[in-house]
Design a protein around this ligand. Sequence first.
Ligand code: ADP
Ligand code: ASP
Ligand code: MG
Length: 410
Amino acid sequence: MDLIVQKFGGTSLSDEQSRRHVLRHINRELEAGTHLVVVVSAMGRSGEPYATDSLLELARLNGDALPQRERDLLLSCGEIISATLLCSLLCAEGIAAVALTGGQAGIFTDGRYGSARITEIKTERLNMHLSEGKVVIVAGFQGMTPDGEATTLGRGGSDTSATALGAALNARIVDIYTDVDGILTADPRWVNDARPLSAVSYEEICNMAQNGAKVIHPRAVEIAMKAGIPVRVRSTFSDGEGTLVTHAQVLRTQGIWFDKTVTGLAHVRGVTQLAVINRDGPADVQLRVFRAMASHGISVDFINVMPTGVHYTVLANDSQTAIGLLRELGFEPTVRDGCAKVSVIGGGMNGEPGVMAVIVEALTNAGIPILQSADSNTTIWVLISEHQLAEALQSLHTAFGLHLTPAREI
Ligand code: ADP
Ligand code: ASP
Ligand code: MG
């Protein structure tokens, strides 16, 4: 069976006009004889009635008293509304369709409310509806525990629903439709000459997504990579092919990808830098600090361990807890709030000299101090002050010539 999974994000479903574009993409694939599973997100963005953020506001009424189980039940409604509404649109057009919740679609998860992991997908019901010739619309972002409780997969989780269904059904491709032309060299809300990339490897987009590029959820990419299912990130509002994501080796053999030194930039805002200086204190300061952070589930970044102490960062949401824990241990940390992490990412960076020199030169010329840095063989991270973020991203984008990224044919 030739099968495609299409996933439509919140902005692609928010109004009548957008849903007409969705219909166009569905019709095009149906006319080509393709079977379709269509995964949908909750309609619209923050402020719109059925968006996940609006449901979250409802969940916070009554002083956050809503238990986790019921919170997930409430949040899962956004995607169910989208699925049923799209089903009515298809039925009105004479297209046979069925709308399913995550649980009805056979998506089983563990019981971690708010960030559940998919454990299994039972495909019998999906296959039955597909063999009846129906478009199967699945509410994204949700699943069900083995005892029938509704769960949600964490923010941005509809992407994960889509690639997990693609893997379970052995889809030809998973198309992630969104409000931009594909994966761009940087977040277009911050860099106005960011360019769409025609192809990237799973590793590169996973790296970008883990470092803050919210265009696709990193877990969704990991699932696609493991199953070897190609993904395309593309616009709902055009017929462009978007960005193809697959194994670097596949792209290389097709001649549509080369190991660029720098592919793109990503960023994370709201970072706090903490420094614990250990002059005459205990010799095991590092151990005490990181054990305390780990035991409270605080994830740490930019870790710099020196004989004189440690420097590291936490997300601003965790900073008060982290500072409290350090004080309980008898340390008085130096705190720098209002930082941002900028990641310079490229699969071909390994062994390529001069990347750090370009970064330092660009930021120095823009008068932006680097507060800390770290690197791996595919990424260089710099910590800067958040109020200089837009300028930092723009200068690095220009310094690496990313605004000249050519549009290549796939
Ligand atoms: P959807 O509702 O379709 O899932 P998202 O808001 O989750 O949409 O993701 C799309 C958004 O991701 C874009 O509007 C864009 O602002 C943002 N984004 C961040 N980094 C990038 C990037 N490198 N390329 C493309 N979009 C990006
Ligand atoms: N609606 C959910 C969210 O806003 C899931 C998604 O959009 O992927 O996080
Ligand atoms: Mg999204």
